[in-house]
Write a protein that binds this ligand. Structure first.
Ligand code: NAD
Length: 352
């Protein structure tokens, strides 16, 4: 049976393939722009400089100060750099942190963004921006935030360390798993979600075995594009709420937290969304939560929140925060069950 749905896609232009980074200057020109401020983290400063050299006159300057959680102070500095170098667009070279900075600039001055994505987090294809100010993280959703052009070049992900590839890939999978049971899902978002999970399930073990395997890197990037796309299209539920709470209030690392929580949030919703999660059971065997847990362990992902500095006494407060503002989830949010979920995720116990 086909449920009623509303299909509303985000208009991104995707340029995918080995060597696709050589198209950056053409893509800037295609947007009618001439001078890009290149954004990166301090860690990827050298790659940003290489890109600036490659695009020549189209590079107006480099701002390599992007950090996690898009602090407003950093955005102000980047905006000053944007004005000083007389830029007319941004090129965000990196993962979610750098892309967040490009989005924060575009949200304020509506300039076009070209993204060269180098992790699997998926931010490049969403109209969502999370910013922090005075320790508070707020989230905005707007068409202005959505990057106009995304370049996926698997060669740029060869250097993504194995551990980061694993957690980043599971972060992407989490978008797709929640998209499967999203209240506002549609037939296309479900197809994209299943294909995204399938691609990452094939790619991640191969990357662990051989991080320079370009076909596996391509497959992972393809999967993360699909997973990011559904994150930008349909609403998320318990899993993303828990990760947002743990990241925002306890400063837990973003992708690692997603990797640990995913099997537990899926197990929580397994009965309520048995039909929607059937493709996950088919792909991973066992139960949806147990199968995802076994897969994550098999590729060396972290499995316990206690390994990231969260203490057992933090769990009460984390539970309070996670149940505080009502939000839609396939299974109603029950405080005692959420407390148990967090206890198990903290200790690293395999969900059933
Ligand atoms: P990240 O961007 O913070 O990157 C982590 C580190 O890895 C950085 O030092 C980065 O420079 C480095 N790195 C990136 N690509 C690399 C590569 N190919 N090789 C070597 N090093 C590389 O990590 P992330 O997980 O991509 O992003 C996390 C942030 O993105 C969080 O703040 C999260 O909230 C946000 N996010 C937002 C959305 C959204 O839709 N708004 C979606 C997903 C994530």
């Amino acid at each position: 049976m086909i449920r009623s749905f509303c299909y509303d896609v985000n208009p991104s232009r995707i340029v995918f393939g080995r060597g696709a980074v050589t198209h950056v200057a053409d893509e800037i020109a295609r947007l009618g722009r001439k001078r890009a401020l290149i954004l990166a983290t301090p860690f990827q400063k050298i790659e940003a400089a290489r890109l600036a050299e490659q695009i020549g006159m189209a590079a107006a300057g480099i701002f390599a100060g992007a950090v996690m959680h898009t602090p407003v102070g950093v955005t102000k500095d980047a905006l000053a750099a944007f004005i000083n170098c007389d830029a007319d667009c941004v090129v965000s070279f990196g993962g979610g942190s750098t892309i967040g900075l490009g989005k924060a600039i575009a949200w304020r001055n509506d300039v076009p963004q070209v993204v060269v994505a180098t992790t699997y987090a998926g931010s490049e294809v969403t109209p969502i921006l999370g910013e922090t100010e005075d320790g508070l993280k707020t989230t905005k959703r707007d068409r202005r935030i959505l990057p106009e052009t995304v370049i996926y070049d698997p060669e740029l992900t060869i250097g993504l360390p194995i551990a980061m590839s694993v957690v980043s890939g599971l972060n992407a999978m989490a978008h797709a798993v929640e998209a499967l049971y999203a209240q506002d899902r549609n037939p296309i978002s479900s197809l994209q979600a299943i294909e995204g999970i399938r691609a990452l399930k094939i790619a991640l073990p191969r990357i662990v075995e051989s991080p320079t395997d370009i076909d596996a890197r391509s497959c992972a990037l393809y999967g993360s594009w699909l997973c990011g796309t559904v994150l930008g299209t349909v609403g998320m539920a318990l899993h993303h709420k828990l990760c947002h709470t743990l990241g925002g209030s306890f400063d837990l690392p973003h992708a690692e937290t997603h990797a640990v929580i995913l099997p537990h949030s899926v197990a929580y919703n397994a009965k309520a969304s048995a039909e929607e999660l059937a493709p996950v059971v088919e792909l991973f065997g066992s139960s949806a939560g147990g199968g995802l847990y076994d897969f994550a362990v098999s590729i060396g992902a972290p499995s316990a929140l206690k390994d990231f500095g969260l203490t057992e006494t933090d769990l009460e407060q984390a539970t309070d925060l996670a149940v505080q503002n009502p939000y839609w989830n396939p299974r109603p949010i029950e405080r005692s069950a959420i407390r148990m979920l967090l206890q198990n995720a903290w200790a690293g116990i395999r969900p059933q």
